[in-house]
Design a protein around this ligand. Structure first.
Ligand SMILES: [Zn+2]
Length: 229
């Protein structure tokens, strides 16, 4: 969130009059924050005793992930804690149990709006340092950093190498020009080779010292793609 110090997670329990929030590192994925919401909710249930609990979330992907059978070391830790808490609660408090259900977001459901509000408040606090970041949460940060570093590097190199390509075609985009164009690989590599001035005509071959001169067989002294076409 723009201007936020951290990422907020929260939970509101109207029947017990409890509200909880948590400030996480601002680099955590949205999924992590949503999973942390559930962790807070299941904590309230396990701390407040034997009665049925209904937990509402507006995040469908969290519910789907909770229903998955295969948990591994890569499973989001808040999700794992939530699942463990639910299993333990249901085991120790049968026939009472924790049920998780979906509600639509931003439809004016009062308690959900309240949870959003206190999440937002939590983003103003420093992140709680005891809540560790996972590797997955850092993925997008790393990806962005790699993209920026690579771009800086190739733009510096462009002053010396492939100058024509960079002056003529280079675009700072994550997807190549042929993305979504459904062209055969032959075509895309052909065009890319010519754009980068690496092709099997004399002008290009002579530059790489594979041929002795740029001459064309017809007598013209520069055999490049313009000449042939
Ligand atoms: Zn010629």
């Amino acid at each position: 969130m723009e201007g936020a110090t951290s990422t907020g997670a929260s939970c509101v329990c109207p029947s017990l009059g409890i509200q909880k929030s948590l400030s996480l590192d601002k680099n955590v994925a949205i999924f992590t924050a949503e999973a942390a919401d559930l962790k807070l909710a299941t904590e309230i249930a396990s701390q407040n005793g034997n009665q049925p609990y209904m937990i509402w979330t507006d995040c469908l992907s969290i519910i789907q992930s909770l229903n998955q059978q295969n948990y591994s070391q890569h499973t989001n830790k808040y999700l794992r804690t939530t699942k463990e808490t639910i299993i333990n609660f249901n085991h120790n408090n049968a026939p009472n149990s924790i049920t998780i259900a979906w509600i639509p977001a931003h439809r004016g459901i009062i308690d959900n709006e309240q949870a959003d509000r206190i999440s937002k408040e939590a983003t103003k606090q420093e992140a709680n340092r005891s809540e560790k970041l996972s590797v997955d949460d850092l993925n997008s940060t790393w990806k962005n950093q790699m993209w920026e570093d690579t771009n800086k590097h190739i733009q510096t190199e462009a002053n010396l190498k492939r100058t024509l390509y960079f002056q003529t075609y280079y675009e700072n985009k994550r997807k190549p020009w042929f993305h979504n164009k459904k062209l055969p690989r032959f075509t895309t590599s052909w065009v890319t080779r010519y754009r980068s001035n690496n092709y099997n005509l004399a002008a290009s071959l002579a530059r790489l010292q594979i041929k002795n001169s740029c001459d064309c067989e017809c007598g013209v002294d520069y055999q490049d793609l313009n000449h042939i076409l």
